[in-house]
Ligand binder design. Structure first.
Ligand code: GRF
Length: 217
């Protein structure tokens, strides 16, 4: 079985990268990470890649006068490594329209909210301020607008009365680490179809309809 050749783009901690590395460590997993690119030379996630024996590249946005040139450098690195599919995992730069178009439907992102709620930064603070009873995370196709694009999978987590942003972030992060590898597997198995900007997962049997309550009285 040929494994899907994946690159992961990071800017920082890389805990989602780690979840993907761990999933790919299983020889039966249908994808492999061939390259990790960071725009931040000091990103701790680079060490995770190195420990996993994965080639890394630092492409620092500060070294480029224009975004196009930065995007091109990333594109060249992806091409040189024979990359077929790209996962953004805490990558804190906006990629230009041309790059996004070139990688259309082969470029996904994970965001720590139930999109389309709470696009952008400080999602957990904003979820707490809004008083929502559930928040979560979303894996979606990347489109030119930030945190926009067809939704592939979401995980919902409850918000509890004494949560602060950090506790909530930890709960959401644990869910991120479950759904990102799950989505990568679905892609590598060829089970993610997109038509008219709506995503369908093939060979998927919905479990019995459930209603999740918070609070439970
Ligand atoms: C995650 O919360 C992810 O959803 C967001 O940035 C954070 C990255 O964390 N896009 P890590 O670097 O994967 O630990």
């Amino acid at each position: 079985m040929a494994r899907l050749k994946v690159a992961v783009l990071i800017s920082g901690r890389g805990s989602n990268l780690q979840a993907l590395i761990d999933a790919c460590a299983d020889p039966d997993f249908p994808a492999e990470i061939r390259l990790v690119i960071s725009n931040e030379p000091a990103a701790p996630g680079l060490h995770r890649a190195e420990s996993g024996g994965i080639p890394t590249a630092v492409i620092a946005h500060r070294d480029f006068a224009a975004r196009d040139a930065f995007d091109h450098a990333i594109d060249r690195a992806l091409a040189a490594a024979g990359i077929e599919f790209v996962c953004l995992a805490g990558f804190m730069r906006i990629l230009g329209d041309a790059f996004v178009a070139r990688w259309r439907d082969r470029l996904i992102n994970i965001h720590p909210s139930l999109l389309p709620a709470f696009k952008g930064l400080h999602t957990h603070e904003r979820a707490l301020a809004a008083g929502v009873r559930f928040t979560g995370c979303t894996v979606h196709f990347v489109r030119p607008a930030m945190d926009d694009g067809p939704i592939i999978a979401q995980a919902a987590v409850p918000v509890f009365p004494d949560d602060d942003a950090q506790r909530l972030a930890e709960r959401v992060l644990a869910a991120e680490h479950k759904i990102y590898p799950m989505v990568l597997r679905l892609f590598a198995e060829g089970r993610v179809k997109i038509t008219s900007e709506r995503v369908r997962i093939t060979d998927f049997i919905p479990t019995a309809a459930t209603c999740v309550l918070n609070p439970i009285l």
